[in-house]
Design a protein around this ligand. Sequence first.
Ligand SMILES: NC(=O)c1ccc[n+]([C@@H]2O[C@H](COP(=O)([O-])OP(=O)(O)OC[C@H]3O[C@@H](n4cnc5c(N)ncnc54)[C@H](O)[C@@H]3O)[C@@H](O)[C@H]2O)c1
Length: 251
Amino acid sequence: MTVQQRVAVVTGGGQGLGRSFCLALAEAGWAVAVVDLDLENARAIAGKVEASGGIAKGFHADVSDENAVSRLAEQIEGGLGAVSVLVNNAAIFSTLSMGSYDEISLQTWKRVMDVNVTGTFLCCKEFAPRMAAAGYGKIVNISSATVFTGRPGYLHYVTSKAAVIGLTRALASEVGPQGVRVNALAPGSTETEVERATITREAREKMAGETALRRVQVAEDLVGTVVFLASEASDFVTGQTINVDGGLAFH
Ligand SMILES: NC(=O)c1ccc[n+]([C@@H]2O[C@H](COP(=O)([O-])OP(=O)(O)OC[C@H]3O[C@@H](n4cnc5c(N)ncnc54)[C@H](O)[C@@H]3O)[C@@H](O)[C@H]2O)c1
């Protein structure tokens, strides 16, 4: 691949895990399109990459809006070049309230599916054909280890992240012959710079105590797997879900 072709898109790259994925991919040599609903955050992360000698640009898009995703693909190709890596990380997550299955409103349910599932679908629908035309591409979908533990109070979220695993498998089968690899990463509960009402420090430490590695998970624990799935090192891996949770669930 030429340097110009090493372009990675990270949705929801403006904060949290997406932010760490952008920094790690940039450090590993990709030009990074930092995509977020919050353009200011996306630009700030792109600025951080550029300040350390990498290449990045911030873009605004709502991944659940088909026209916005099409426009985004054109803007990224025009601004950075052809995309070979897509990390579908944007999701309704840190802003989500927990509640029992019979307390979740239909409106909240639909919005979670729209962003977490349809957003992933729309980005795949837009970028996979472009990768297929080039004969090579890597898609990394961010799922969640809650799919394996079935965390209570998160029915909408866990269902959406299970759908991401199904999408990963079915799409991998379809686009494999064109050289596009599609895998999922399932992170365990991970501490980021973003405060969440859904988990306390005590709950996090209790969960860490139940893992094989016995410590709280941080964003840096995930970047190696993202870079691996984005790189040629994983070229014979597709349709898989890698669970990275310090050994809480054994998948
Ligand atoms: N942090 C964890 O413990 C954890 C664990 C398992 C899985 N995950 C998954 O990892 C990913 C990142 O998690 P996080 O902790 O950084 O979450 P976060 O809520 O802090 O960040 C999500 C980012 O996505 C953006 N976003 C939301 N809706 C969007 C939309 N419609 N279009 C574009 N951007 C949008 C937000 O603006 C934000 O920058 C998510 O997919 C989440 O479900 C997180």
